[in-house]
Write a protein that binds this ligand. Structure first.
Ligand code: B12
Length: 227
């Protein structure tokens, strides 16, 4: 299979929630054919850059989102695709984090209260580790007060907040407010997640908005150059 075909097949497998060859996928017909796990191994074996594989994950999940929005997919279908990416990240993570140190600073990250999405956050974590940052992950659905308490304990240089819902991105404003009220004025606050934007980051007083994991690395390295 050519590299492009492998990536197309991988995207299709994720969209269809086809985890591995034992799994029947969304249409119940895919058992016995290579699934997400086998195709990620094939892609790596073909020498495809793990970053390119990550982009394929993104494209697949975009497509899943469109299917959900149109009513073609229900929640369990979206979850099946999410599971594919989650499991496949376990294969990719060691490749992306290879050769990492932890000397560039501490990064505390959380998905804000009310929000259960963590695929994007986990990709950002892997990339940060790979770039040499020490990362503390507070997980999903994290209340503002818990984030502030963790800052006190962990003393990070950076705090990252993730939200995928228009209803939960509003929570970020509370978190930023509480962090600053608690006197943590030097910690740099990064935000991300599909509904967020640079304009929104400015509005709520966050220091940085990042479109994706690559953008996060570029921007955080920019803050290192500046210091
Ligand atoms: C997978 C998924 C789920 C899974 C999540 C599983 C998991 N473990 O994460 C499940 C099935 C649980 C789910 C549930 C729901 N979902 Co959902 N979900 C998605 C979907 C399809 C993909 C999200 C994803 O993983 N994208 C891939 C990753 C790699 O991209 P990303 O998250 O954007 O992350 C990148 C950047 O944003 C950035 N980034 C992200 N976070 C951070 C943080 C920092 C600090 C930085 C710097 C950068 C950064 O870097 C990341 C990597 O490049 C999206 C569709 C979409 N297009 O986003 C809908 C979507 C987000 N969900 C949606 C909805 C409505 C829901 C539900 C309300 C459905 C329901 N009726 O119950 C629930 C809400 C549950 C909750 N309380 O959170 C809507 C949101 C609509 C809106 N505008 O608010 C979307 C957009 C689908 C749609 N088109 O309608 N969902």
């Amino acid at each position: 299979m050519s590299k492009n075909k492998t990536l197309e097949a991988l995207k299709h497998a994720i969209v269809m929630g086809h985890l591995d060859s034992d799994d029947e996928g969304y249409d119940g017909m895919m058992e016995g054919t290579p699934g997400t796990m086998e195709l990620v191994e094939t892609a790596l074996g073909d020498g495809i850059d793990p970053q390119v594989i990550l982009t394929t994950f993104n494209e697949a999940m975009e497509k899943v989102g469109v299917k959900f929005e149109s009513g073609e997919y229900l929640l369990p279908d979206m979850l099946a695709s999410a599971e594919c990416v989650g499991e496949a990240m376990d294969i990719l993570e060691p490749k992306l984090a290879a050769g990492s140190g932890s000397g560039k600073g501490k990064f505390l990250i959380a998905t804000v209260k009310g929000d259960l999405h963590d695929i994007g956050k986990n990709i950002v974590i892997t990339m940060l580790k790979g770039a040499g940052y020490q990362v503390k992950d507070l997980g999903i659905d994290v209340p503002a007060d818990d984030i502030v308490a963790a800052i006190k304990e962990y003393q990070p240089n950076y705090v990252g907040l993730s939200a995928l819902l228009t209803t939960t991105m509003i929570e970020m404003e509370q978190v930023v407010k509480k962090i600053r009220e608690a006197g943590f004025n030097d910690v740099k606050i990064f935000i991300g997640g599909a509904p967020t934007s640079e304009e929104f980051a400015k509005k709520i007083g966050a220091d940085m908005h990042c479109r994706d994991a690559m953008d996060t690395i570029e921007k955080i390295e920019g803050t290192q150059d500046a210091s």
